[in-house]
Structures are given as structure tokens and as C-alpha cells.
Design a protein around this ligand. Sequence first.
Ligand SMILES: Cc1ncc(COP(=O)(O)O)c(C=O)c1O
Length: 219
Amino acid sequence: MRKHDSPLFNGPLGEGEAAVGVGTVGSSEAIICQGLAFKRKWQNKMKAQGKPHDRPNIVTGANVQVCWEKFARYFEVELKEVKLEDGYYVMDPEKAVEMVDENTICVAAILGSTLNGEFEDVKRLNDLSAENKETGWDTPIHVDAASGGFIAPFIYPELEWDFRLQQKSSSQVIHQYYQLIRLGYEAVIREDSSDTGREARGGHSESPPRARHPRQGHG
Ligand SMILES: Cc1ncc(COP(=O)(O)O)c(C=O)c1O
């Protein structure tokens, strides 16, 4: 599936290159995997710069699905929510970018808001975040495309919400919503193939020592 999703989201794949990502049982797991990858990546960057790395935060709209709140609570990341306003029920990109600081591990946008299905303005968020790059923070964007990820590429192919955007780092989409498969299946697709994703899933960069079977002996 990842192989098919990446071109669908205009992933920057060259000839013979494989898409980077992970299959999960649902969007909550995908968001947790990707959230952890963002957290580790930010921690590694802060450590390398000799800066404190114990107060990560994430910026979202108050309309996000509850799994983002769970991620923040369980994995000790401060959730900074952009409040909604009367008549405006999605994240305001200007306010989101104002909330970003050096400790922001990512800004999460939704393509298909949980409250009303509305698409957030990912392009505007991207452009404002790109301007913010001057600060040196280079904050990535994750698009929670649980529902919109299989609508936008077909109905609104011109809409720039995907890997065409420079700050866009990852996205996830739910396949079972569209009855493409019978079992719960979800994929998170990343732009960055660094090891942080593997670390976040509990893997190791080097092979861990293996316990020997008693019959293997010691020679
Ligand atoms: C926008 C959005 N994000 C995340 C989720 C969580 O997905 P799951 O129930 O597959 O964990 C949903 C589910 O409805 C959703 O609509």
C-alpha cells in the first residue's frame, strides 16, 4: 500500500526508490508512531546543539481527533491547541504558526476535520512555516488525512496539501474507510527516511544481542 500511497500524495520518489512509511491498524497508531518519530528527531537535534530537550510541544487545532490528545498525554508532549471561533471550525494557520517555538516537534493539520469534514489550509500553513524557517526551527507538518487522503487526490488534484509542499513531512490515510481492504489498515508515509521512525517503533539501529538457545552451546 505504501508504494501506491506515495505517488498518490506526490511523494518525491525517484526511479527505483521505495516509499518510506509503516502500516498500522488505524490512524491512532499511525499518529502515535509518527508523533514519536517527530519527538525523537527533535530530541536528537536539541541534544546535538547542547540544548534542553525535555519540554517538547505539538501545535494542533482544537478540532483534532482525540488520538492527538492521547499521543500528547501518553508520550509527554505539551499539546498547544489553536482555539476555534464562532463560524470558523478549523485551525487558523496564522495562529498555529504564532504558537510554534523552538520546542515544537510538529504542527498537525487535518484534511477532513473530525468535527465537520472541512479541509484545513495546509498550503497557507506550509508557506507561513517556511517563512519561520529563518528562526532555524524548521518545524515539520503532519497532515492527518484519515478521511481526506483518498478524496483530495481524485476530486481536487490541484489542491496542494501533500508532498509538493516543502514543510510537509508525513501523512496518514485510512484504507478501510474506502473499503479497499477488509481488515483495518492504515499507512503513514514519511518524507524522511532517517532512522528515527525505526527507533520510535522500538527498533534498534544496531542488532540487539540475542539470547542463545540452550542447545546452541557456547562454541
Ligand atoms: C481525522 C482523524 N484522525 C484520526 C482518527 C483515528 O483513527 P482510528 O480510529 O483508525 O484510530 C480518525 C478516526 O475517525 C479521524 O477521523
